[in-house]
Design a protein around this ligand. Structure first.
Ligand code: PMP
Length: 410
């Protein structure tokens, strides 16, 4: 690991060196997607210049290189999550596809009419809709663990929802809309005490904190490469070995089979059983490079720095007249969701954009939790380890200007 200097880190990200609308770009939309360090861009270029081939199937030098690179990336993911085996790591397109995979394999097999699936009020639509679809197909019921006024899950209410009909709980580790860090380890343990399978959605957690799937003990853990400084179009499902071993395949096609006749197909074991067709080989390799990059800094170092930056940013934002933070849980990561008195969120977003500051304004694909707070939309800056107190100061200054010239309307 190298000494932590956010200014030096920012220089590793070529996209952050540009100006937008004549202002230096300040990227505070990390919950939507993160930027890519030069090391990831170089790794993708190297793959296409020297290694590109389909994997597993052909016996020539490039096939061997591509296969080695792809499987090395799987090992990097395994290490990143501290999974027991590379066979527990399935490559998919992203968190959304990962949750759908679990809903359509584990869910279809185990959820029956009258059964229940538990989610929290904080979930991203990606961790609601696939369960809703499954529930509709099976005649099952979706139940929702409520949150308190800070945006934290109420553990006692969650536990009360679990009963002999519960088959699956699906929980975000960090809320993308409010930044709440959810006590998923405890919640998984509670699920297991009731004999219930647990999926943890790590889309917003893996870039901000060290994750150990063995300590977490979740049956499934999913995340997206693009939110952890890797490419789009690549993501991961971790599954416990004995859970994956008993899952039916998902999509059918090449790569996931051991033998095919017109009468019968014998499927491969995990992870190939769940990776039908040609996968996103280059981007898996790029994700491996992203993991190497964050590990060269260290997740503990990143988490500590970001925590300090979030505390600083929270204090600064609270000095903006009329600003109301939404989501004030004691434990948060990265996200600062807010509304500004007398200003439409879209207008605030557009006005910040004119200052070169990129934030998201909208419902963040998490409408239920915003509506829990009586809102349809918030402004949502979200921090990463390449952000600095200068970025936060620029945000504060811009917001104060917007607020004082209220009615900055489009
Ligand atoms: N879950 C959470 C908590 C998210 O924040 C997101 C992305 N905003 C997703 C799932 C879905 O990720 P993706 O769009 O990369 O599949």
């Amino acid at each position: 690991t190298r000494p932590f200097d956010p200014h030096a880190i920012k220089r590793d990200f070529p996209i952050l060196q540009q100006s937008v609308h004549g202002k230096p770009l300040i990227w505070l939309d990390n919950a939507a997607t993160t930027q890519k360090p030069q090391a990831v861009i170089d790794r993708l270029t190297h793959f296409y210049e020297h290694e590109n081939s389909n994997i597993h199937r052909a016996a020539h030098a490039l096939a061997a290189r591509a296969t080695d690179a792809y499987e090395a990336a799987r090992e990097k993911v395994r290490r990143f999550l501290n999974a027991g085996s590379v066979k527990d790591i399935i490559f998919v397109r992203g968190a959304t596809e990962g949750i759908n995979l679990v809903a359509q394999t584990y869910g279809r097999r185990h959820v029956k009419e009258g059964d229940e699936i538990v989610v929290t009020h904080l979930e991203h639509h990606a961790n609601i809709v696939p369960w809703q679809q499954l529930a509709a197909e099976k005649g099952a019921r979706l139940r929702v663990a409520p949150v308190d006024d800070t945006g934290q899950v109420i553990l006692e209410e969650y536990e009360k929802l679990l009963n002999p009909r519960t088959r699956i709980v699906a929980l975000a580790q960090v809320s993308n809309a409010l930044g709440t860090v959810v006590p998923v380890k405890e919640m998984v343990a509670i699920a297991h005490r009731h004999g219930v399978c647990a999926l943890v959605d790590g889309a917003q957690s893996v870039s901000h904190m060290a994750v150990d799937v063995q300590t977490l003990d979740a049956d499934f853990f999913v995340f997206s490469g693009h939110k952890v400084f890797g490419p789009t179009g690549i993501g991961v499902v971790y599954g416990k070995k004995d859970v994956l071993a008993h899952l039916p395949p998902w999509q059918g096609g090449g790569n996931m089979i051991a033998d095919v006749t017109f009468e019968k197909t014998i499927y491969n074991g995990p992870p190939e059983r769940f990776e039908a067709g040609t996968g996103n080989i280059a981007d898996a390799v790029g994700l491996g490079a992203a993991i190497d990059y964050v590990e060269s800094i260290g997740m503990e170092v990143i988490a500590r720095y970001e925590h300090e930056l979030l505390v600083y940013a929270t204090q600064r934002l609270l000095t903006v007249p009329g600003l109301k933070l939404v989501g004030t849980a004691a434990e948060k990561a990265s996200v600062l969701s807010f509304v500004l008195d007398g200003c439409r969120t879209q207008d605030v977003g557009a006005a910040l954009d004119r200052e070169g500051i990129a934030v998201r304004a909208g419902h963040h694909c998490a409408q239920p939790i915003l509506r829990r707070f009586g809102l349809e939309s918030t402004v949502r800056p979200s921090l990463a380890f390449y952000n600095t107190t200068d970025d936060v100061d620029a945000l504060e200054t811009a917001l104060k200007r917007i607020q004082s010239s209220r009615g900055y309307r489009l």
